[in-house]
Design a binder for this molecule. Structure first.
Ligand code: ADP
Ligand code: MG
Length: 247
């Protein structure tokens, strides 16, 4: 067995009386898509935020690429290779596709540049941005304002922004949300191929997409993981059916 790239060890997080994460342990292996499913309010986004560094667990630890990253901030974790897309879009709507990708590349560099015009003339940043945009199929849309993109294209751009930071792993919080059938059908094979670039911890409500993509599935209910396993085992798990999938 190779060691996991991401190793969540028994993390807990409460908001007052709400136990949003209760002794959660899970791993992400190289090359895999590990889906995290569960009802609304189960604690999926809270878990992603703790892995990305936006929230600090009350206890437990998070190991990434052989290192304890529990006390690192979001920037240090991104630099360590944790790429993230958000449930709510974090794109700059009035800026172009290219400008958003360049901002992503700039974030990875972690160096302050004074003037926007210097940023948009930086050959190295532009190269990274263009490469990420062609990888997600947005090369023809570089000049388009984000506000004028379709929902699906925005999701692709979010992945491109994450790609500019050359992540070793992706954390994705509901990338299919709001896409509709056609958008989901287009994003699914894209994510499928992306796993070979970097493994994905995928929070997703669209069960067709989850069962099509996931190598393993973990089910979170009231902050606890009630089952982890291969899709077939999860589909047949009685406790999971009762708590989430429904009969
Ligand atoms: P999910 O993403 O699975 O829908 P969340 O992680 O968003 O669930 O929320 C888990 C629980 O924690 C919910 O009961 C939610 O209301 C609560 N919660 C999340 N964030 C906060 C916060 N910043 N302050 C207080 N309660 C929160
Ligand atoms: Mg959520």
């Amino acid at each position: 067995m190779t060691s996991p790239l991401l190793d969540i060890r028994g993390i807990s997080k409460s908001f007052g009386a709400i136990r949003a994460s209760e002794d959660v342990s899970l791993t992400l292996m190289r090359g895999e898509i590990h889906a995290l499913i569960g009802p609304n309010g189960a604690g999926k986004s809270t878990l992603i935020k703790q892995i990305a560094g936006n929230l600090k667990p009350d206890s437990g630890s998070i190991w990434f690429d052989g290192r304890d990253v529990t006390s690192l901030d979001t920037v240090a974790r991104a630099q360590a290779g944790l790429g993230r897309t958000f449930q709510i879009s974090s794109l700059a709507m009035e800026m172009s596709v290219l400008q958003n990708a360049v901002l992503g590349a700039l974030g990875k560099r972690g160096r302050v540049m004074r003037f926007w015009r210097d940023v948009m003339r930086d050959a190295a940043l532009l190269q990274v941005a263009h490469a990420a945009l062609s990888e997600v199929g947005l090369a023809a849309a570089v000049g388009t304002r984000v506000a004028d993109l379709s929902h699906g294209q925005r999701r692709q751009l979010e992945v491109a922004v994450a790609l500019t930071q050359s992540p070793k792993a992706f954390l994705m919080d509901e990338p299919m949300a709001g896409l509709g059938g056609e958008g989901t059908a287009r994003l699914t094979p894209f994510l499928d191929g992306l796993r070979h670039r970097a493994p994905i911890l995928l929070v997703e409500h669209d069960m067709d997409a989850v069962f099509a993509l996931a190598d393993r599935i973990s089910v979170l209910v009231y902050g606890r993981i009630i089952a982890t396993g291969k899709p077939d085992a999860i589909r047949q798990n009685a406790e999971v059916r009762e708590a989430y999938l429904g009969d």
